[in-house]
Design a protein around this ligand. Sequence first.
Ligand SMILES: [Mg+2]
Length: 315
Amino acid sequence: MLTAAKTLSGLMGLCVGDALGVPVEFTSRAERVKSPVTRMLGYGTWNQPPGTWSDDSSLSFCLAESLCRGYSLEAIANSFWRWYKEAYWTPRGDVFDIGQTTHTALMRLKQGVVPHQAGGKVENSNGNGSLMRILPMAYCHRSLTLGELLARVHDVSAITHAHVRSQMACGIYISIAVSLLEGADPQSAYLQGLQDIQTQTIYSVREFLLEKPHFGRVFSGEIAKLPVEEINSGGYVIDTLESSLWCLLNSSSYSEAVLKAINLGGDTDTTAAVTGGLAGIYYGVENIPRQWINQIARKQDIIYLAERFGRAVYS
Ligand SMILES: [Mg+2]
């Protein structure tokens, strides 16, 4: 059961963070400072009961489910389409939130565009919509070299988010997640993940090098030292990568990390989902507050998915 616990830690960590953030999505930091979230709430922004997770978790579960049957970009893209069209892997049978770039890409897939060509490629299509659902790829680390894994991560990002900046953000996040899965503590995993990725040939091609300045604060190795006023928590992929690392590195428990993410305000569910995936892996599912897990919609289905996924990637 060790492998199932490992996959459940990341998947549940992501999902609980998402669900904690859903009721206060789009609220300002000033509101959150005045009235911080400290427990699982309901209703609010999307008028959903407590424990309702959003697109971040749905698309992550679609990805994990697809990976249970091996890696196929077409199958992953098809599962995303089924989420949108058939409410596949939704918490309560409907899709109540979808990002614009993801929506455009799904419409392109519907018209017959291949997954490699479906995602947004322009600079303003760098929302956090692929970063929020990329975590399951980290669990493929045992059977692939980091270079092979990153090539797949970039492709999976590109189904909806094909700009190099989004692909790099996903690659950096996964490199750090892999270090955590291999047993590193957050600070070591952050530095190791950055070091590992910079040895990869793909990160030295021109289009990647041109993007590198956008990741300057991440690559400094000192993102944790920035004051909270310099941490943005909107829907831009760089903001989400930076803020999730900042929250993870400045916390000493799962709950502290995800609540810190939510109380930055803005894109609360995604910042907390991206933070929660890493924090879940590091602290383990046994250290995610039990009463939060018990409130999660389709908890048992998520546990079964984690078991199947664990068997698929670790056997
Ligand atoms: Mg969401």
